[in-house]
Design a protein around this ligand. Structure first.
Ligand code: GLN
Length: 471
């Protein structure tokens, strides 16, 4: 009997290597789990047929912003319904080349815009710890699927927190890699200077393993770079010699729930007991200006990226008498409220006369945020904070208030603007719901995050299986 709640990807690879389970048996076990539990949770938008030659490996799920050859890819939007890519995104090709088998595509906020997966045109995903609550977003489908044992691991995409924040709210491990370390070729674009693909799994080692499969330069994405060092699978049980910075503003920001603060403070104490040197530091502009800066830059880039959905090239086309009316109607029917809001904000921020006051100013602020992270990371090997100010919130609670929803990413956005890697690991419970600890590293500092994350993970011994499924 395969226990998909507890089996890690590493464990699954071991079963296949030792001949104790076949890839087909593994796949069936996860498909059975999806059949059993996904009616309630809605992590998957669709499952995929086992591709020729790729049925034998360990299964994986991909967020629906990643193009998959022959498998519908909608990015959670009506405007892409029925769109079946004729090619694989580079990351999809990498996982297939590594012998992994595609289980299916996971739910996402429309065009990855959101923090709760409620903006999906196909209905929300529910949090496995408490189905009346959101799983976070935009990658709520991937994160909830890992926690619910519907896949051993998954890929998500992160623009301002969409891997880290859902991992925190679902109690598993998520990595947003260094900008430029993973190819975005074939990934539905939201904000190109921020978007990154990254892994979600139950353990730091699984995340490191999947990162090693997807990372590296891609000639088809000119923003990618060769990794300066090989990815190391983390080991060990000591943090001796590691300098951990605790940015005051990220740890004392208004809106951090007391239970979140307490769990993170305990994890920081534990890091000290394990040998790390811990000290305070400051990121004075990041919390104050991070969100406003992001909500100019990301919508500006989105308004440009989303201009391609005109009813001609992808997805459905509305009936109309002439070209312009067809484009208008297709967009009106195809886009939900959040992409429409961002297209308007972005177009405004980029318009003549306002460009310098909004977009230009945001770019200058971004440079200051990059600089202050660099300075902090000259003194420390990594920085820590809560991943999300709150635990998973009730479905509907922030849906009507875009600003409250945007505040969910207060603590994840600054390091995304700085292009830095961030790892979220579960560090405890508050009111029975998982709390995520965010570790931020220097550019291409993933190995440091993996080492520290692994040591802390062992010491914290967080049980990733929600209590209602523990036996
Ligand atoms: N919640 C943020 C937003 O709505 C971040 C989303 C993301 O990282 N894709 O833009």
């Amino acid at each position: 009997m395969i226990d998909t709640f507890r089996l890690t990807a590493e464990g699954a690879l071991g079963l296949v290597e030792r001949g104790e389970a076949s890839g087909a048996e593994l796949r069936q076990a996860y498909l059975d789990a999806i059949e059993e539990r996904d009616g309630e949770l809605h992590c998957f938008l669709r499952t995929a047929e086992a591709a020729d030659g790729h049925a034998g490996g360990v299964p994986i799920a991909l967020k629906d912003v990643i193009s998959t050859k022959g498998v519908e890819t909608t990015a959670g939007s009506r405007i892409l319904s029925g769109y079946v890519p004729v090619f694989d995104a580079t990351v999809a090709a990498h996982v297939k080349d590594a012998g992994l088998s595609l289980l299916g595509k996971t739910n996402t906020d429309e065009f990855a815009m959101g923090s709760s997966t409620e903006n999906s045109a196909w209905g929300p995903t529910r949090n496995p710890w408490d189905p009346t609550r959101v799983p976070g977003g935009s990658g709520g489908g991937s994160a909830a699927a890992v926690t619910a044992g519907l896949t051993p691991w998954a890929l998500g995409s992160d623009t301002g927190g969409s891997i880290k924040q859902p991992s925190a709210l679902c109690g598993n491990v998520g990595l947003r890699p260094t900008y430029g370390s993973v190819s975005r070729y074939g990934v539905v674009a939201f904000a190109s200077s921020l978007d990154q693909i990254g892994p979600v799994a139950k353990t730091v080692r699984d995340v490191a393993l999947l990162y090693s499969i997807i990372a590296g330069r891609d000639p088809r994405d000119s923003t990618t770079a060769e990794l300066p060092h090989t990815v190391e699978l983390p080991e060990g049980d000591s943090l001796a010699g590691l300098r951990i910075g605790v940015p005051t503003e990220l740890n004392e920001a208004e809106g951090i729930e007391p239970g979140v603060r307490a769990a993170v403070a305990r994890a920081i104490e534990l890091a000290e007991e394990l040998g790390a040197g811990v000290g305070e530091c400051s990121l004075p502009r990041s919390v104050r200006y991070g969100l406003p800066c992001y909500y100019l830059i990301a919508p500006a880039e989105a308004s440009s990226n989303l201009a391609r959905y005109d009813g001609v090239r992808y997805g459905p086309r509305a009936d109309a008498d002439g070209y312009q009316e067809m484009v208008d109607r297709t967009r009106d029917e195809g886009f939900g409220p959040e992409p429409k809001r961002r297209i308007m904000l972005g177009t405004y921020a980029l318009s003549a006369g306002y460009y310098d006051a909004f977009y230009g100013q945001a770019q200058r602020v971004r440079t200051l945020i990059i600089r202050e992270h660099r300075e902090a990371l000259e003194q420390f090997d990594l920085l820590v904070s809560p991943t999300s100010p709150t635990v998973a919130f009730p479905i509907g609670e922030r849906a009507a208030d875009p600003l409250a929803m945007y505040a969910s990413d207060l603590l994840t956005i600054p390091s995304c603007l700085a292009g830095l890697p961030g790892l979220s690991i579960p560090c405890g419970l508050s009111d029975g719901l998982p709390v995520g600890l965010q570790l931020i590293g220097p550019q291409f500092g993933e190995n440091v995050l993996f080492r520290a994350g692994h040591v802390l993970e062992q010491a914290l011994a967080f049980d990733t299986v929600p209590d209602r499924w523990r036996t």
